[in-house]
Design a protein around this ligand. Structure first.
Ligand code: GAP
Length: 545
């Protein structure tokens, strides 16, 4: 059963060391997250798989790692200073500051055509504050999403030291186009790939790591002859979609969405989004845009740009003239891809039927929880929350014991936990969950934070411990992420590794001492096979290659 809510993923991520709220010791900083010991491995594996696919496995790509801080003029001529903004309005009554285009869209049932149309509707008192309902909104103004900072030790008080934290990695590639072309002697078509941090002062961050103010992008700028851009665009759309599928993402959880003309960024001729079916609904995973020759032209010396030192062009041997290449840009988020892989891999199921008495007890508890929710009036609980909790209880009651995983998911719901009787429900369901359910992250072996865990059958048998530790070491030396664990019974250790997505577990037992064979247990099939310890590095490497 996949995750029915993002809370289940957030809860597992915190509990098992994938992602922690940032600066938690000081109460946190909204929508910022730290990747823990397993999260950093997972995200690194996602980035490594991307780099391998778009740089090493192709003949037409180079890599780059440009600085985050760039000359401010980059952002002036790229158009970001002028256009990289969201329209904001202030409510004079409750002092909230909603996004004006969202207010327009939700109250008019369609997207606005521009700032003028939003402001006409505000002036005509057609729009109201989504928080307090007052029709007292100020004129909408663009709010630039770029983070500002000052370069140098002295803050002069003016903008002379102004720099931005880059809002996309792409510009670092455009301004290095000439350097890569000259040093690598490339011919069109070719591309440049880059992974790095980007920053946006998002108005509405949220949904865990889906939208944050600091995030990591995996971007490609692929340079082609004008006229060859449309075919190259389609080829990249197909290749990028296939990348997710090859790494185990279910095809019916990814779809392509053509951006409407009004949605297109100022530089794009066409853009197709790859969307993933996240627990909160279909949302963008990656955008693949045709940026035309906009950026290379924008950073070339011209009457419009007297600040550039030269021209970003390509000498076409066939045409014997300089041309400005077109650019196809597959732009993915490393955090978003990591979150999507986590969601896709999550699987919770009932592995053993609990007895009728246990089920009866649980049913009674869920019924009294539902009654308690039903009694709440609008002051005690938002009507939407009440309806959601009642619907969840009804669904759970209709399907027990099969819906035990849904009940466990409810344990991660902050609203459910506010109801006193839920503490009991939680206690009983978690105990039953331990015994009857299994949570598995079915991550592709190439992405799993740990590839193989090695256990001795008995931790107080030095010969088993020594052999198990030796096997762990040999696997790690073979380039496989391996861990040794002897902190529980084998069944419990398997469960722990299942929950973090470890595809292979190895148990060293007394037979191992005699014939140097071990048990290899497969996460997905749960089958166990004996294999020679000496062959393990090559056998397992083949599985993650
Ligand atoms: N250079 C083009 C560009 O930046 P974008 O659609 O704004 O295009 C590309 O961003 C990708 O970067 C998105 O598809 C998403 O995966 C990721 N991304 C953008 N904003 C993000 C945010 N605030 N938090 C996390 N990821 C984000």
């Amino acid at each position: 059963m996949p995750a029915s809510s993002l809370e289940q993923i957030v809860s597992l991520a915190k509990r098992r060391g994938f992602v922690f709220p940032s600066s938690a010791v000081y109460g946190g900083l909204g929508s910022t997250w730290d990747y823990g010991p397993l999260g950093v491995e997972l995200k690194n594996n996602v980035k490594r798989a991307w780099w391998r696919s778009v740089v090493y496995d192709r003949e037409d790509m180079e890599g780059l790692d440009a600085a985050i801080l760039m000359n401010r003029l980059v952002w002036r001529y790229s158009g970001h200073e002028k256009t990289f903004s969201d329209p904001m309005t202030d409510c004079r009554n409750c002092k909230s500051r909603p996004r004006a285009d969202h207010v327009f869209a939700s109250q008019k049932g369609r997207d606005p055509k521009g700032l003028d149309e939003i402001n006409a509707a505000i002036t005509a008192k057609e729009l109201s504050c989504p928080k307090c309902g007052a029709k007292d909104l100020t004129e909408a103004r663009p709010f630039n999403l770029m983070f500002r900072t000052t370069v140098g030790a002295v803050d002069t008080g003016d903008d002379s030291g102004l720099a931005y934290l880059r809002p996309e990695t792409a510009q670092g590639i455009f301004v290095n186009f000439g350097n890569v072309l000259d040093t690598m002697r490339r011919k069109l078509p070719f591309g440049v790939a880059q992974i790095g941090k980007a920053f946006r002062n998002e108005i509405t961050p949220g949904n865990f790591t889906f939208r944050t103010r600091e995030f990591e992008q995996m971007e490609i700028e692929y340079f082609v002859r004008p006229g060859e851009d449309e075919a190259a665009h389609q080829a990249w759309i197909d290749a990028r979609m296939q990348w997710y599928v090859d790494l185990g993402m279910r095809r019916d959880n990814i779809r392509q969405r053509e951006q409407a003309k009004e949605e297109l960024a100022h530089y794009a001729k066409r853009c197709v989004d790859l969307e993933y079916r996240f627990p909160m609904g279909w949302s963008e995973l990656e955008g693949i845009a045709n940026r035309t020759d906009f950026d290379l032209k924008a950073h070339s010396r011209s009457p419009e740009n007297p600040d550039a030192v030269g021209e970003l062009t390509y000498f076409d041997q066939e045409q014997k003239q300089h041309i400005v290449p077109y650019v196809i840009e597959p732009s993915a988020g490393a955090d978003r891809a990591t979150l999507a892989f986590l969601c896709d891999a999550y699987d919770e199921s009932l592995v053993k039927e609990p007895g009728a008495e246990d089920v009866g007890k649980l049913r009674e508890l869920v019924q009294s929880f539902a009654k308690s929710v039903d009694k709440r009036d609008a002051k005690q609980m938002e009507p939407e929350t009440k309806a959601r909790l009642l619907a969840a209880s009804e669904k759970i009651l209709a399907g027990l014991p099969g819906t035990l995983p849904d009940l466990l998911a409810l344990s991660d719901d902050a609203d459910a936990n506010r109801i006193e009787v839920f503490k009991k429900v939680r206690g009983v369901s978690e105990k039953m969950g331990e015994e009857f359910t299994r949570t598995v992250l079915r991550l592709h072996p190439r992405l799993a934070p740990i590839t193989v865990a090695v256990f001795p059958l008995k931790k107080n048998e030095p010969r088993l411990v020594e052999l198990a530790r030796g096997i762990k070491k040999s696997l790690q030396s073979a380039g496989l992420r391996a861990v040794y664990d002897d902190t529980g019974a084998i069944g419990k250790l398997y469960r722990r590794q299942d929950e973090i997505g470890t595809p292979f577990c190895i148990t060293v037992d007394f037979q191992s001492l005699e014939d140097q064979t071990v048990t290899v247990r497969d996460r997905d099939t749960m089958t166990q096979q004996r294999a020679g310890a000496a062959e393990l590095p090559s056998v397992l490497r083949a599985k993650v290659a």
